[in-house]
Design a protein around this ligand. Structure first.
Ligand SMILES: *[C@@H]1O[C@H](CO)[C@@H](O)[C@H](O)[C@H]1NC(C)=O
Ligand SMILES: *[C@@H]1O[C@H](CO)[C@@H](O)[C@H](O)[C@H]1NC(C)=O
Ligand SMILES: *[C@@H]1O[C@H](CO)[C@@H](O)[C@H](O)[C@H]1NC(C)=O
Ligand SMILES: *[C@@H]1O[C@H](CO)[C@@H](O)[C@H](O)[C@H]1NC(C)=O
Length: 315
């Protein structure tokens, strides 16, 4: 190979080198913390998010903000665990929540939940999302499937909302789950407000009590508060590993979440042929492609009822 011989060829390389510096260096930084430190605290400073969050965001569009005069039976926080890069999915999920019937006599807030945002581009785009939608939580944890994000979420929520309005129930769900909030609210309305662990239950390793599948589960506020304070979870390194299974393990070992409710078959995975939708669905999971979201929106009539207009002609 011929060595670059003239100053011009070096000059040509310079912009490339700068690009490499700008884009590669941030990603080469060592992972800043391990999961046992993931005591989720709102921590947007490192990525420069703080300037953006300091700007007063408009009130978030809550799927189920009841009219002020309507009495409330209970409140529910829904945390959708996702990642900054999944912008298109988040847009779909946000619409899925916004375009569904409101749950009667309940307050339901939906938030997209992230670990620490380290990439400056992600941070800038997320800052804009915060300003527009105001429905984002950034926890103090490292983005990773099985690295303590669920723990960070459930342990942060009681602290984050300690001084303001708290919730009766805290839910974790995913960005490939279509949750029908009004149907879930119907299930919760008659349930106890304490010691609750509800979702798609499955038996595991001869345990007497079912674990709840990661597609979505609800705990009462006291259970989330217990998780936040349970040093035993950290002492056993029990924040690592298959998170939803671990969650069940924490509760089983401590005898918590004894009011368990299995919502099968109203919570389920969409099958390959996409033909197992049910009208009484609470949650349908494995919506990992736009095609599957499209089928879901069609089945639940989210696509219906568009007023005729010269401006759009949809097939
Ligand atoms: C976030 O975690 C880091 C690493 O453990 C810790 O030093 C820092 O204090 C935490 N941030 C907050 C706001 O608690
Ligand atoms: C962001 O905030 C930091 C610290 O408050 C400040 O030094 C910096 O100038 C701010 N940046 C912008 C773009 O406002
Ligand atoms: C937890 O993990 C730390 C760091 O990997 C290790 O030093 C410690 O022995 C572990 N504790 C238990 C109870 O496994
Ligand atoms: C969607 O609308 C059709 C026609 O009105 C109705 O028959 C069907 O039950 C609706 N589907 C659901 C899931 O509500």
């Amino acid at each position: 190979m011929k060595k670059p011989s003239t100053p011009t060829s070096y000059l040509l390389l310079a912009p490339l080198a700068i690009l490499l510096l700008v884009f590669l260096l941030p990603s080469l930084r060592p992972s800043p913390r391990d999961a046992s430190d993931g005591l989720g605290v709102l921590c947007a400073r490192r990525a420069g998010l703080s300037n953006a969050t300091a700007v007063a965001a408009p009130p978030p569009v809550d799927v189920s903000s009841p009219p002020p005069s309507e009495p409330i039976d209970f409140s529910l926080l829904v945390g959708v665990l996702t990642m900054p890069s999944r912008r298109e999915r988040r847009d779909i999920v946000r619409m899925a929540y916004a375009l569904q019937p409101r749950a009667a006599r309940a307050r339901v807030d939906v938030r997209f939940v992230f670990c620490d945002v380290t990439d400056p581009v992600d941070a800038a785009l997320l800052a804009v999302e915060i300003k527009r939608h105001g429905d984002i939580m950034v926890l103090n944890c490292t983005e990773n499937m099985n690295d303590g994000k669920t723990y960070a979420y459930f342990s942060s929520v009681p602290r984050l909302f300690a001084s303001g309005r708290r919730y009766d129930y805290v839910m974790k769900t995913d960005d490939d789950t279509y949750l029908r909030v009004a149907e879930l609210a119907k299930e919760l309305r008659g349930k106890p407000r304490e010691d609750v662990y509800l979702g798609y239950g499955y038996a595991m390793g001869g345990q007497p009590m079912p674990f709840m599948h990661g597609m979505g589960y609800v705990v009462s506020w006291d259970v989330a508060s217990w998780v936040a304070g349970a040093e035993e979870i950290l002492a056993r390194n029990d924040t690592l590993g298959p998170e939803d299974l671990m969650f069940g393990k924490w509760l089983n070992l401590a005898g918590r979440g004894r009011n368990r409710y299995d919502l099968k078959p109203r919570m389920y995975d969409l099958n390959w042929d996409m033909d197992n939708f049910r009208p009484d669905t609470v949650a349908v999971h494995t919506l990992k492609t736009n095609q599957r979201w499209a089928a879901t929106f069609k089945y639940f009539n989210v696509t219906a009822g568009i007023k005729p207009s010269d401006l759009h002609h949809l097939p």
